[in-house]
Write a protein of this length. Structure first.
Length: 249
């Protein structure tokens, strides 16, 4: 089972001169301030995404990260637990609900054509489950939230992996063909009562009509895009048995 905390050792080769005691700190991975550079880090789901890490402060956590579009004409500016879009001297702000971004693991990826981006984040209660992905288009001087784009994906995954009162994680993996298609992953969390735990499958989705174009087993997804798997998906893939990797969604 995936653990929500990671053992981090500060300067492992350095030992206190007097008492020879090495300092060991155990903190949540997402809160480790020394591991949060200003530009963010590779995502835990997709290495192409920017992990919106935060740094520990006396009063809690803080975050100030700009994620620039590929053409550098726009940026999503994440400040603490909210985000907005900057285009030159213009600031586009979504409403308060949509602009919220969790301090728990969250990541963002712009489309190659710089016209859309997605944010994958948890529901602010867990680092294991509750992950969902929201897609936004930047149309001129406005931001449009693409609603219900994953309905077909969720319905297909639920046919074989449905659990009562439990939802799978939905995470973005990769944009394909500009902003017209996107690959998303559905994952059974490691603390789920469903089996097999940590099973995941991939779906190529049209952003124009939310239709599923292609489904991928873990093995098929890894063969096509394993190079962009973040640490979470790599761990999921490693822990699946060979037969589970070949299971169709």
């Amino acid at each position: 089972m995936r653990k929500s905390c990671k053992l981090l050792i500060s300067e492992p080769d350095r030992v206190l001169a007097n008492d020879r005691i090495a300092l060991i700190f155990v903190v949540p991975q997402w809160a480790w301030s020394l591991y949060c550079p200003p530009q963010g880090k590779p995502g835990i789901w997709s290495r192409e995404a920017t992990y919106l890490c935060s740094r520990a402060t006396r009063d809690g956590f803080a975050r100030d990260i700009r994620v620039y579009s590929p053409d550098r004409s726009k940026a999503v500016h994440v400040v603490n637990d909210s985000w907005f879009v900057e285009i030159g001297n213009t600031t586009l702000r979504p409403d308060a609900v949509e602009s919220h971004v969790s301090y728990y693991p969250a990541e963002l990826l712009w489309a190659p054509d710089s016209q859309a981006f997605y944010i994958t984040q948890s529901d602010a209660t867990s680092e294991i489950n509750g992950f969902h992905t929201e897609l936004y288009r930047v149309d001129g001087q406005s931001i449009r939230h693409v609603q219900n784009i994953w309905t077909a994906v969720n319905d297909r995954f639920a046919k074989l992996h449905n659990c009562v009162h439990e939802h799978p994680n939905t995470a973005g993996l990769k944009w394909v063909e500009g902003m017209s298609r996107i690959v998303v992953v559905e994952e059974i969390p490691s603390d789920s009562v469903c089996a097999p735990r940590e099973y995941f499958s991939g779906y190529l989705v049209s952003t124009a009509d939310s239709q599923v174009i292609q489904e991928y087993s873990p093995e098929e997804l890894f063969r096509r895009w394993g190079r962009v798997f973040g640490g979470r998906l790599r761990g999921d893939y490693r822990d699946l048995r060979p037969a589970e990797r070949e299971d169709k969604p």
